[in-house]
Design a protein. Structure first.
Lengths: 140, 277
């Protein structure tokens, strides 16, 4: 699994990257804002999973999702928004823009792994190996 | 402050007798941490002081507080996921076919803790089995030993940390109302569930015959004899074609001859053997 972590906090990027490594991600890229993330995808290709913060300088997470979804080449990317924005209306907006899942900060490691499990990107029984199911809606 | 051997043996016997929970000798630290909030609320030094007071007074309210503190209430939405996939893809379609004339569906979340398991089932029914809204009598019952957990399950109010644990965002949006910093299950779902206090190793109240029983991650705390008794009583509450789900580390093998394992979609559940009902 190739994953991209987009967050303006270096500490948060590091935490998320560590959890993704535990979930079996082979390659983990990091970007500090939406525009940097778009540039990374343009140069390196599409990741399987993006974890993206909402509030960031230059380009925020919501605009990043909209931009990503506009490009047909990137439509298969699974997106999880990871943010302190905790209003229900914001969850609705993120899902409507194209996020598959939404995780409210603060969260613990289990919470993120459970989200990845819902999306078919991690299996507790096969920890350490990535179980990809691209474009899964994680729909129960 | 550590718990003296005398007090530890007292609480060990108390939880064994009242809840059939086996507390190993090396669990002194657990007693200390679980009883610390009670000690704090009573202005006492620690668990040892709480247990000394309980031994001297036999105060039934304090005893219940201690017992409830010693029970484990770990839970999350759609916990372990695979059992819910098996429910959706295999068990529920079978049960609904069998009961299409009777139109009655009973599901029991035994040891339901704060209710996430039963509400997860309620959401799953709502999402995937809309036919149940047409003339079906659906009973979703949750029971727990801990009265505080029953109160919390009934209130259906959860923190952000709790809704982060395994709940798909699409369902958070559809079945919850935000109330300040918390999230409350919608009244539509709340009306469909019923929670009550029940001790699995004590007297059982009158219960219906169930089509699906979720008794997950409970047996692991019991000794062998208690596991057998609870499984035998549970089997008596199961109807024809019903299914029992246990925790991933639990089994009926060697404990209950009436039940046999069935595997589906990465999950194992148990059915009554043919002729046993």
């Amino acid at each position: 699994m190739r994953a991209l972590v987009v967050d303006d906090s270096r500490a948060m990027r590091s935490i998320l990257s560590r959890i993704l490594a535990k979930a079996g991600a082979d390659e983990i890229w990091e970007a500090g804002d939406g525009r940097e993330a778009i540039a990374r995808i343009e140069s390196s290709g599409s990741p399987d999973l993006v974890l993206v913060d909402w509030n960031m300088p230059v380009m925020n997470g919501l605009d990043f999702i909209v931009a990503l979804r506009r490009n047909t080449d990137w439509r298969r990317v699974t997106i999880v928004m990871v943010t302190t924005e905790n209003a229900q209306s914001q969850v609705v907006r993120a899902l409507a823009a194209g996020a598959h899942e939404y995780l409210i900060k603060p969260f613990d490691e289990c919470a993120l792994l459970e989200k990845l499990d819902l999306l078919g990107l991690y299996s507790p029984e096969q920890a350490g190996r990535s179980a990809l199911a691209l474009n899964s809606q994680g729909h129960i | 402050m550590s718990v003296a051997t005398e007090q530890f043996q007292y609480v060990q016997e108390l939880v064994r007798e009242r809840c059939a929970i086996v507390l190993r000798e090396d669990k002194g630290y657990l007693v200390e941490s679980r009883l610390a909030p009670i000690a704090h609320s009573l202005g006492m030094d620690g668990a040892d002081a709480v247990l000394r007071r309980l031994r001297a007074s036999r105060d039934s309210h304090l005893e219940q507080q201690v017992l409830e503190a010693m029970t484990t209430n770990e839970t999350s939405w759609f916990r372990d996921l695979r059992p819910f996939n098996a429910l959706r893809d295999c068990v529920l379609p079978d049960v609904l076919r069998q009961k299409h004339t009777d139109k009655r569906l009973c599901i029991w979340s035994a040891a339901c803790s704060s209710g996430q398991e039963l509400y997860s089932v309620a959401m799953l029914l709502e999402e995937h089995f809309p036919l149940l809204q047409h003339g079906w009598d659906v009973q979703l019952i949750g029971t727990d030993f801990n009265s505080e957990m029953v109160r919390r399950a009934t209130s259906a109010t959860f923190s952000t940390v709790e809704v982060n644990r395994g709940l798909p965002a699409s369902l958070l949006v559809r079945y919850f109302d935000q109330e300040g910093a918390n999230w409350r299950v919608s009244s539509k779902l709340r009306q469909r569930v019923h929670f009550m206090r029940m001790n699995l190793v004590g007297m059982w109240p009158a219960l219906p015959i169930f089509d699906i029983v979720l008794l997950r991650n409970v047996l692991i705390y019991f000794d062998l004899g208690t596991k057998r008794r609870v499984l035998a009583r549970t089997a008596r509450q199961m109807g024809v074609g019903s299914a029992l789900f246990l925790g991933g580390a639990e089994t009926t093998t060697g404990l209950c001859d009436e039940l046999e394992a069935v595997s589906s979609g990465g999950s194992t559940f148990y059915r009554l053997k043919r002729g046993d009902r």
